[in-house]
Design a protein around this ligand. Structure first.
Ligand code: ADP
Length: 147
């Protein structure tokens, strides 16, 4: 069985921190699907097609990585894709508390799907999509932080 992981998130936008994490995860799995969660009620910072286009270009040099969208439970999406792993990242202790809760819930509803959490490298630990959105809202050029 190929080891397939889903890397779920909003990726609004995908940051250099997300991409660095993804690169470190590539050797761990046969295939990784970057799964952009779609929320029809929430207008994003970047339109969905632009978000996807940017991610596709950023992962073009990683043949093991696919990009997809989903609008269901992450574990249901894992089943649909035959994925046994959920990849997530943590930057600090507040991220950890949040990720632990999500992983616990996912384990309750899908005990056979394992969450794999990688720690952010310190140089990316301050980079988040929300930080990028906030800087951009105040007119700051955010290109060095996004893919
Ligand atoms: P969500 O909307 O589900 O919180 P995000 O798109 O913000 O998802 O992030 C997806 C995953 O990437 C999350 O597990 C998040 O903690 C992780 N992540 C975000 N930024 C970084 C970073 N700089 N380094 C490592 N992991 C990160």
């Amino acid at each position: 069985m190929p080891r397939t992981a889903i890397f779920p998130g909003s990726f609004d936008p995908m940051t250099t921190g997300h991409l660095a994490l993804l690169r470190r995860a590539v050797p761990l799995f046969d295939k990784i699907i970057v799964a952009v969660g779609v929320n029809i009620d929430k207008k994003g910072y970047l339109p969905l097609d632009e978000r996807i286009g940017r991610i596709r270009r950023a992962v073009a040099d990683m043949p093991q990585v696919e990009v997809d969208t989903y609008d269901c439970l992450t574990t249901d999406f894992c089943r649909r894709k035959g994925a046994g792993y959920i990849l997530r990242g943590v930057r600090d202790s507040s991220d950890f508390a949040y990720e632990q809760k999500i992983a616990d819930i996912n384990r309750l509803i899908a005990p056979d799907i394992e969450t794999v959490i990688l720690l952010a490298e310190p140089r990316y630990a301050a980079i988040s999509s929300s930080m990028v959105r906030e800087l951009a809202a105040f007119g700051k050029d955010v290109n060095e932080y996004i893919v």
